[in-house]
Design a protein around this ligand. Structure first.
Ligand code: ADP
Length: 445
């Protein structure tokens, strides 16, 4: 059975079930119809007996039968015997035995060689000493014949019924399983064409298949996202790591050939060390961003007091106290504390990097009705208007020469991503030569 499709199996099981149910129903009907027929025959018997005995009397010592007396009525035969069980009036069916003993007031079944009868005897006392026996009998309903007829009907109708129900069940199963076909076809197409952008796209509904299709679509979406992130990571890593790796390679080759004095070697080692730091920074930032995109770093949200968060950050990063001016009100936000401090840390580092030499950086937080604003301000080189949109892109650097050693071009794109994770946005106000203010807008609690 396992070789067959689920549709065929459902059709077979349903047809067998239908056949079983119809046999049960017919047997039940047979039993009921037989007992109803017997009940009807018995009530005909007793009713006819009652009608006929009301018409029997003795007149001048002789038996007198009224006008409505009938020896054969409603298939019931009535026979009258005297007290000594000698026939007075009426005719016995040929197959019925004369010897059948009388039993007063009891309806019973009597089997003869040819037929089966229901028999009711009644002893009537017409005058104080004259008694007669009245016997009523009716042929018992032929249950065997009914059963046979029903079996014949079943023999012809059941196969037709089975075939019809098999086709019907198969059709119903096919209709019901159609969405599943679509799910299978889409999954197959995705596997064959490796096109993760395809979706099943069943119309929304509350049935099991719609929910399954929706879950599969979500799964495909997630897979596509993960695949894209991985692709992006590989592309970014191979592109951005190429420069420091080739610098290291060049430095090593140069050192092998030309570095003669220990001082030359120290310089080469320092250069290699700086490039190694850069590689490690790129890798760790890319990993953080990938985790953010995949949602693995988003779960640990809690209520965060911003002044406390800033205190912890300053304690960890050892910023020069008189260059970093912090103005944090007691504001609470719902955030992932480590992501939020990474965002602020990136902005502060940029502010120092691109600020005036020995200049100051201001960090502040304030609250409006709808938003909590966290600002990082510097009085440094500023950003030209036409660059202000581009700096959020991955690896974008306005002046790579200025930031090539320390910067990776990933800091702000991570800042933007962290803001999005918090349902927030970033804005920038900057004037070249005067400085920049980066603002994080978070929804107020
Ligand atoms: P990087 O590692 O190069 O700093 P970021 O993504 O943090 O990368 O910044 C992207 C670019 O935006 C930087 O290369 C720099 O040119 C510019 N930038 C970022 N912050 C500032 C700032 N506070 N003042 C001026 N320019 C900035």
């Amino acid at each position: 059975m396992k070789k067959f499709s689920v549709k065929t199996r459902i059709a077979v099981w349903l047809s067998l079930l239908m056949a079983l149910l119809s046999i049960l129903l017919l047997s039940f009907m047979l039993v009921i119809s037989n007992s109803v027929a017997t009940e009807t025959a018995m009530s005909q018997l007793s009713y006819t007996m009652q009608e006929n005995i009301s018409q029997i009397s003795l007149r001048d010592g002789r038996l007198s039968l009224g006008k409505r007396f009938r020896f054969f009525k409603r298939n019931v035969r009535t026979i009258i015997y005297n007290e000594n069980e000698k026939l007075l009036a009426g005719r016995m069916p040929v197959s019925f035995s004369e010897e059948e003993p009388f039993q007063n007031g009891l309806t019973r079944t009597v089997f003869t060689e040819e037929d089966t009868y229901l028999v009711l005897d009644l002893c009537l006392c017409l005058q104080w000493k004259d008694r007669i026996w009245v016997r009523c009998l009716i042929k018992a309903p032929d249950t065997q014949e009914t059963t046979q007829n029903l079996l014949i009907v079943m023999m012809f109708t059941l196969p037709v019924f089975l075939i019809l129900s098999a086709f019907g069940s198969y059709w119903i199963a096919r209709q019901a399983f159609r969405p599943l076909e679509s799910i299978t076809a889409t999954a197959k197409a995705i596997t064959e064409s490796q096109d993760l952008s395809r979706r099943i796209g069943l119309p929304p509904g509350r049935d099991e298949f719609s929910r399954l299709a929706k879950t599969f679509d979500q799964l495909f979406e997630r897979l596509e996202q993960a695949f894209e992130t991985e692709k992006q990571f590989t592309a970014d890593a191979s592109h951005e790591l190429r420069t420091p790796v080739s610098i290291i390679k060049g430095a090593c080759e140069y050192a092998q050939k030309y570095d003669e004095t220990p001082q030359d070697q120290q310089e080469s080692i320092a250069m290699i060390y700086r490039q190694t730091l850069k590689i490690s920074r790129i890798i760790s930032q890319l990993l953080h961003m990938t985790r953010l995109e995949q949602g693995t770093e988003q779960s640990l949200f809690e209520y965060v007091a911003l002044d406390q968060l800033m205190q912890n950050l300053c304690a960890e990063q050892f910023y020069e106290p008189n260059r970093l001016i912090v103005e944090m009100r007691k504001t609470v936000v719902f955030a992932n504390p480590s992501l939020l401090s990474r965002l602020i840390q990136n902005l502060i580092e940029n502010a120092f990097k691109y600020g005036k030499p020995n200049g100051c950086v201001w960090v502040s937080a304030c609250k409006t009705d709808q938003e909590v604003l966290i600002q990082v301000k510097d009085d440094g080189i500023g950003i030209p208007l036409d660059q202000q949109d581009k700096i959020w892109q991955r690896f974008y650097q306005i002046d790579p020469a200025h930031s090539s050693e320390a910067g990776t071009g990933l800091g702000l794109s991570m800042v933007l991503q962290i803001a999005k994770v918090h349902n927030g946005t970033m804005s920038l106000e900057s004037t070249p030569g005067e400085g920049s203010t980066f603002t994080l807008h978070l929804p107020a609690l």
